[in-house]
Write a protein that binds this ligand. Structure first.
Ligand code: GUN
Length: 292
């Protein structure tokens, strides 16, 4: 069994990004600038956004965190998005999800300039991705593809089963794995809460992507001997032995599943760091494309 180590791989890619920043600086080109919008006080969202901003600093990017109270109206947030679209100093930005209930995600995502949409959530980028055209790819599926590629995990002709159909992870992951590309060319099954024979489908997977958000959901009896297992789960579960009062749990029962795998990602330290580094790569792509 080989551990797909997102920490060391993301560090290597961060090193590559940092040297690109140095080269750009030496050539008198712009340093990439990522902005992140956070609405409300959700602890997990604040942790993720802070990690993204910190990662920018580590590779020499500029970053700006824009925090708004939970009470901000949809119209006010749309105006902030408009401001970011028009700000020539910002190369790319993200609006951290979920947003409060009174704000419609799709209204905000539709307002983001697709050229600055480094999360790849705007319908134009989703459509371009689906058609195999140049697009910003959503950071989590992109990070997983990078991981499969750098660890030379064979995907061609394999059966990939994606558990979960969210627009952030499951759906784009399925689209990307079936593309005529490398990594890609998988035969893909998407499963969700209404899927009838889930365990049997999972047992058929050469590559199993667990993105259901249910701790320990994937057990050993659901995994084929020699499978590649990618765990996207990052649920906070109460744990009184930790200072924070919680621990991060994946969707996969790692102890029981890992002995059966050819490759497996740990949680934490697997997909999470790859998501962040993919966002940085997209921000560099945004500044390159803008010609600024
Ligand atoms: N919420 C959970 N994952 C993500 C992500 O990748 N981007 C944004 N903007 N919000 C998220």
């Amino acid at each position: 069994m080989t551990l797909l180590d997102g920490i060391s791989l993301s560090q290597a890619i961060r090193g590559e990004l940092a040297s690109e920043v140095d080269q750009r600086t030496a050539a008198g080109l712009r340093i990439p600038h990522l902005a992140a919008v956070l609405v409300g006080e959700d602890g997990a969202s604040l942790t993720y956004v802070s990690a993204k901003v910190k990662a920018c600093e580590q590779v020499g990017f500029r970053s700006t965190l824009l925090q708004f109270p939970e009470s901000i109206s949809e119209m006010e947030l749309l105006l902030e998005v408009q401001r970011l679209n028009e700000d020539p100093e910002v190369d790319g930005y993200i609006v951290q999800l979920p947003l409060p209930e009174h704000i419609r995600d799709e209204m905000i995502l539709l307002a983001i300039d697709p050229a600055k949409d480094v999360d790849g959530f705007h319908p134009e980028n989703v459509g371009r991705m689906a058609l195999g055209l140049d697009a910003f790819l959503p950071a989590t599926p992109m990070g997983i593809l990078t991981m499969l590629s750098r660890y030379k995990v064979e995907t061609q002709g394999k059966h990939a089963v994606v558990v979960g159909r969210s627009s952030i992870v499951g759906l784009p992951m399925a689209i990307l794995l079936q593309r005529n590309a490398d990594p890609g060319n998988c035969t893909v099954t998407i499963t969700h809460s209404r899927t009838r024979n889930l365990a049997e489908l999972c047992r058929n997977a050469d590559i199993l992507i667990a993105a259901a958000g249910k701790p320990g959901f994937i057990t050993a009896d659901m995994v084929k001997e020699g499978a590649v297992v990618v765990d996207v789960g990052i649920t906070r579960v109460p744990d009184v032995t930790r200072k924070t009062g919680f621990r991060i749990a994946g969707d996969v029962d790692f102890d029981e599943v890992s002995p059966k795998c050819s490759f497996i990602t740990p949680v934490p330290g697997g997909v999470g760091p790859m998501t962040i580094v993919s966002l940085l790569s997209n921000t560099l792509l945004a500044v390159r494309r803008s010609g600024r």
